[in-house]
Design a protein around this ligand. Sequence first.
Ligand code: PLP
Length: 360
Amino acid sequence: MGRVYNFSAGPAVLPEEVLKEAADEMLDYKGTGMSVMEMSHRSKAFDDIIKDAEKDIRDLMGIPDNYKVLFLQGGASQQFSAVPMNLMKNKKAAYIVTGQWAKKAYQEAQRYGDAVAVASSADKTFSYIPDCSDLDIPEDADYVYICENNTIYGTKYKELPNTKGHTLVADVSSCFLSEPIDVTKYGVIYGGVQKNVGPAGVVIAIIREDLITDDVLEGTPTMLKWKTQADADSLYNTPPCYGIYICGKVFKWIKKMGGLEAMKAHNEKKAKILYDFLDESKLFKGTVEPKDRSLMNVPFVTGDAELDKKFVAEAKAAGFENLKGHRTVGGMRASIYNAMPIEGVEKLVEFMKRFEAENA
Ligand SMILES: *Cc1c(COP(=O)(O)O)cnc(C)c1O
């Protein structure tokens, strides 16, 4: 069997070119006679890999010199704890709850201090992004926290919240490197890479240097203290070497594709094909407020749970994998990350049209 069109929300599709290159280098990485999986993280070859990866992500995102780039482990979920442990000097933080991941981060922060939900879209099943232009943010809040792209519900901030001078912390797991961003607007940007950048097991955290200190909550594990990792250039202990190597290849692939502006154009084009169809379809409809639609995750329903099930099954048989919606939402979700080719979305829409005609 050949490759399928993989609409998984994560771990998700990676560029075929990257996978082929990795396959070619599997047994002998650049004349070292070993796989990247087998080499010391202190070796010259790996040092080049991680330094190159950092340089490339800095170029792609335009990361200023006063920000550190850390390659960490533990998934995005571990940063749900690391963020309050490293930043809650006043034991207070403002959270904007726009979905399950934001809610998990918010609940985790409550274990360490006074986490306040300053806005939420729970009233309409997280189908929109609340107005964040004038929130009631506590004066002494150490930071304002957002999940920038809501993987499960398919919403995305089109404008960052007005933090009223507070540090902005963003989980960008599912929109990482999907479009250009202004790094200087954030104190901390982090994401698990398995949605858009690489294999599960790596979290990239981009942190403004003044936020990396020894002044962390008492009891913070050494490994969760950002300073430990920053002082050691992400090599305090053995990092997820192979994952970092693949991320590095994906960075080079994005550069070759034209960088983040080109990625954005490519992602907008794909998303438009799908949203335009959802807007005209009599059977399928999108579940998100149009102004807040994500370019990466597109949830949709027929309105009939049995028909949804039939669609997912028939789509799978036709080579469109992982279209089932998240277990908490039902329906369908097509995740169309950077590495999903335009043909994948075009063919999916053709298939949806056929299904609609057959089930009218
Ligand atoms: C997938 C996801 C997570 C959880 O990632 P893990 O690496 O499994 O901990 C957190 N936030 C967002 C936005 C996600 O999409």
